[in-house]
Design a binder for this molecule. Structure first.
Ligand SMILES: CC1(C)CN(C2CCCC2)C(=O)N1c1ccccc1/C=C/C(=O)NO
Ligand SMILES: [Zn+2]
Length: 403
């Protein structure tokens, strides 16, 4: 029961070229407006998939994730919700007017030489190639994460999922690190209006720098980021002594790791840190960025995790039974990213998925084994026991200053 295709009505070309009225229907087509109070909101529509499929470096990833989840019959157990476009005002709660109006203007341009230096100024260029319909993409990605935040606030669900969100590097006034809009900051700002203490957990290979920066001075949002930290590795921030500042000091937790870490060591450290965070911070809502570029066969070739390791961390957070928002993020081995996020969706539903990849449009991408499981690679693990102890002890010490 997919949401019917959002009935987009093009009302002639406005200033941005396309002004679309989005009648998003909630729930299934045969029960419009009806939303059984299901526990799990799953946000998507065809427009969002189409826009995300076009993002370079992750071609068709959005559709691969969605169709694998559908092929495993998981959509029958969630409430599929078609997201609204974020309004310009909603985008402006974090992003600058100049940046947003720039995206609005270049939305329709082909990749012309025009505005070239302007594009550079706003981060479009190398790490963030110009996207066709970039403004529509930004508004719908942000709208999807905001739809999740609103559903959690209105208690329409306890868990909300947007696998097309999680763009943690986007800055207030520029695209960065392949992120064009910071849907995470927008969602947290919305959640913060109704929840006292928001916990943000970033499991992506990369440090969630722009989310950290957005909340570095407030004790209302605690950010915990596990990431690769090594000379020259993007974004270069997230060292152990990055603890936040002002009234927010010690409410930023950085967990810097080395290449080669595997499921057990990763989830053990995560558990040690996050259980202390839970006791000290007592979050009222949790946002988890589940970037899958930590998996063993990701082109990043850095960490050596499998979906089981990521799942152990997500399960730990879900066991707290708090309102929880799950987001996507990095992940450049498309099939393994789809495997990971399908596995996590099954986890949320308490469903064990069969190992055989079900037949569906992208079946051949899962060869030669056509299995759900991801095998660890034979990487050297540079995270010694001593190093892990040092990290855990430093974080414990910092957390003594909280509460
Ligand atoms: C352009 C991509 C995103 C792709 N890529 C690899 C993977 C596969 C081919 C090269 C990168 O290193 N990228 C980046 C380049 C510059 C800055 C940031 C990133 C990635 C950020 C990220 O994942 N944050 O969570
Ligand atoms: Zn990443």
């Amino acid at each position: 029961n997919q949401p019917t295709k959002a009935k987009a009505k093009y009302m002639g070309s406005g200033p941005s070229g396309l002004s679309v009225r989005q009648d998003s229907v909630v729930g299934s087509k045969d029960s419009p407006e009806q939303t059984e109070n299901n526990e799990i909101y799953y946000v998507f529509n065809q427009k969002l998939l189409q826009l995300c499929d076009q993002v370079p470096k992750i071609p068709k990833r959005a559709s691969m994730v969605h169709t694998l989840i559908e092929a495993y019959d998981l959509l029958d157990h969630v409430t599929p919700v078609s997201p609204e476009f974020a309004t310009k005002d909603e985008l402006l709660t974090f992003h600058s007017q100049e940046y947003i109006e720039f995206l609005e203007r270049v939305n329709l341009e082909e990749d012309s030489e025009k505005d070239e230096e302007l594009k550079q100024q706003f981060g479009l260029g190398y790490d963030c190639p110009s996207l066709p319909l970039v403004y529509d993409f930004v508004r719908l990605v942000a709208g999807a994460s905001l739809s999740c935040a609103k559903a959690l606030i209105q208690q329409k669900c306890r868990i909300a999922i947007n696998w097309n969100g999680g763009w943690h590097h986007a800055r207030r006034d520029e695209a960065a690190g392949f992120c064009y809009v910071n849907d995470i900051v927008l969602a947290i700002l919305k959640l913060k209006e109704h929840f006292n203490r928001v916990l943000y957990v970033d499991l992506d290979l990369h440090h969630g720098d722009a989310v950290d920066d957005a909340f570095i001075f407030t004790p209302k949002v605690m950010t915990v980021s596990l990431h690769k930290f090594s000379p020259g590795f993007f974004p270069g921030t997230g060292s152990l002594n990055r603890v936040g500042g002002g009234r927010g000091k010690f409410y930023t937790i950085s967990v810097p790791l080395k290449d080669g870490i595997k499921d057990e060591q990763y989830s053990d450290l995560f558990t040690r840190v996050i259980e202390q965070v839970r006791v000290k911070f007592q979050p009222s809502v949790v946002v988890v960025q589940c970037g899958a570029d930590t998996l063993s066969s990701d082109p990043m070739q850095s960490f050596n995790l499998t979906p089981l390791g990521v799942g152990q961390c997500v399960s730990r957070v879900l066991s707290w039974k708090l309102p929880t928002l799950l987001l996507g993020g990095g992940g450049y081995n498309m099939a393994n990213t789809a495997r990971c996020w399908s596995y996590l969706t099954g986890l949320v539903l308490g469903q064990k998925l069969p190992s055989e990849i079900p037949d569906h449009e992208f079946f051949l991408e899962y060869g030669p084994g056509y299995q759900l499981e991801v095998c660890p690679a034979h990487y050297t693990n540079y995270n010694t026991v001593e190093y892990m102890e040092t990290v855990a002890k430093a974080i414990t010490k910092n957390l003594e200053n909280v509460r």
